[in-house]
Design a protein around this ligand. Structure first.
Ligand code: 2AM
Length: 176
């Protein structure tokens, strides 16, 4: 049975993605590593991992009927995941609305037999991978507000030298 590696994410608008790419360039001066391509920057709400192709199709068909409660977060700090050698941007605290979106999403996904993560939700946008210096810059650039009203379902396809993201579905805005 073939599988598809899936995740649900918030996708930044092009101007927000461009600002985040600026954050990445600035952090790279301190941390080294490899910057993610601007058009791939995202905030993962739920990482499903490999799922059977039939279930992937079912989720893609059901996603447009999902409503994500609109909300907002902000990119306000840098952080590091040392073991993964990742430098990220994220909110200082997880906003309640974003946590609720994550929890609702996993409640829905558990109905498909998918197991919620055991780790707490840490909303972040990965900016750099393979960093060589495991401490983030002391100061982040000016806060970037992020309003969201939909999520996207993304397939991550492995290629030699990296992975490619393919958007397979998106939720409809609540009043859309
Ligand atoms: P990362 O950027 O912190 O690595 C596609 O790989 C997306 O899913 C990325 O945002 C990635 O987060 C996330 N992801 C990959 N593996 C994961 C895991 N085991 N648990 C949670 N998120 C994961």
């Amino acid at each position: 049975m073939s599988t598809v590696r899936l995740f649900f994410a918030l996708w930044p608008s092009p101007p927000l993605a461009a600002s985040l790419a600026g954050w990445a360039q600035q952090a790279r001066l301190t941390c080294g590593g490899r910057a993610m391509r601007t058009e791939t920057l995202h905030l993962t709400l739920a990482f499903l991992g490999p799922v059977d192709a039939a279930l992937a199709d079912e989720l893609a068909a059901a996603t447009p009927e999902r409503r994500l409660a609109p909300g907002q977060t902000a990119m306000e700090r840098y952080g590091v995941f040392g073991r993964q050698r990742i430098l990220w941007a994220g909110p200082a605290e997880t906003p309640a609305g974003l946590q609720a979106a994550h929890d609702d999403l996993w409640q829905w996904l558990s109905g498909y037999g998918l197991a919620p993560p055991t780790q707490p939700f840490r909303p972040h946008v990965t900016l750099l991978r393979n960093i060589t210096h495991a401490h983030p810059p002391e100061e982040a650039p000016a806060l970037l507000p992020w309003q969201y009203d939909r999520m996207v379902l993304v397939a991550s396809e492995s290629l030699t030298g990296g992975s490619r993201y393919r958007m397979v579905a998106q939720s409809r805005p609540r009043d859309g």
